[in-house]
Design a binder for this molecule. Structure first.
Ligand SMILES: Nc1ncnc2c1ncn2[C@@H]1O[C@H](COP(=O)(O)OP(=O)(O)OP(=O)(O)O)[C@@H](O)[C@H]1O
Ligand SMILES: [Mg+2]
Length: 261
């Protein structure tokens, strides 16, 4: 089966700071892949490269077999890949509902100006229904008329997931979706992501919380200093020598190996 997302040999430096050093990973249809690694290891940069927000120095990104390495972010969304950001910022003059509606890619771009007024009205009505459903499923109905900038940090995370889903993606990429989110909300996010997977939406999720990763992810990839050091099942993470070394240092990895011997 061909990969949905195939990232090959990505190199990226910011000035003298080498951030990605030949990182490769793939996401197969139906998977929820967790992308883990210490702070500064390059996880968000890799998501930025995959989604067209940062241009790699070299390497290739393919989506459903098509080379998208040089496409801008808005074109990549049309291919079926949407993402959220680690620190979502929201416009102050738009309500939660308006921000969600604005994320509907069908109403953007040159082609939408070619639609008949009746088709535009139909698309707008569909978008409104979809936005209301998504806001409801992410528990944002009570705040949907508030300014998007005025809702809590956790609610902004949920809103950014709603916005990404408005694009009806085949692959959803989330950058730390549960960081700073209350445990009750976290449970709702976990259920939402599992429901989305059942609907056929594959996912690539940057996450530090091991509990979340074990519950949600079908496979894990660990990045350390810009290189992939592990590609394993979630339950193998805690005994994987390179993962222990990435998080706790070489001495801890050697101690764990000696203990296992
Ligand atoms: N636009 C940029 N300009 C300069 N340096 C950058 C830029 N984006 C990222 N970096 C650098 O790249 C390195 C990796 O950052 P990145 O945000 O990818 O890490 P991360 O793995 O997502 O970390 P965290 O877990 O803290 O979110 C850092 O040293 C960061 O300063
Ligand atoms: Mg990050």
């Amino acid at each position: 089966m061909p990969a949905l997302l195939d990232i090959q040999n990505i190199h990226k430096a910011f000035g003298g700071n080498v951030v990605l050093q030949g990182a490769s990973l793939n996401v197969m249809p139906g998977e929820i892949v967790g992308l883990l690694g210490p702070n500064g290891s390059g996880k968000s940069t890799l998501l930025n490269v995959a989604s067209g927000f940062t241009r790699a120095d070299s390497g290739e990104v393919r989506f459903e077999g098509q080379d998208i390495s040089r496409l801008p972010a808005h074109r990549i969304v049309h291919h079926g890949m949407a993402r959220t950001f680690q620190l979502p910022s929201m416009p102050s003059k738009m309500s939660v509902l308006e921000v969600t509606l604005a994320a509907d890619t069908r109403l953007h771009g040159v082609w939408s100006t070619l639609l008949k007024p009746s088709a535009v009205r139909e698309a707008e009505a569909e978008a409104l229904q979809q936005a209301n459903q998504l806001l409801d499923s992410l528990l944002l109905t009570p705040v949907k008329q508030l300014a998007a900038s005025a809702i809590s940090g956790g609610q902004k995370k949920l809103l950014s997931i709603a916005c990404a889903l408005m694009a009806r993606p085949k692959l959803l990429m989330l950058d730390e979706p549960t960081a700073g989110v209350h445990p009750n909300l976290r449970r709702d996010i976990v259920q939402t992501l599992q429901r989305l997977r059942a609907q056929g939406i594959s996912q690539l999720i940057v996450e530090h919380d091991m509990h979340f990763v074990r519950e949600v992810c079908t496979r894990c990839i660990v990045l350390d200093r810009g290189q992939i050091v592990a590609d394993c099942k979630p339950e193998e993470l805690s005994s994987h020598p390179q993962v222990i070394e990435a998080y706790l240092g070489r001495a801890a990895a050697q101690a764990a190996q000696m203990k296992a011997a």
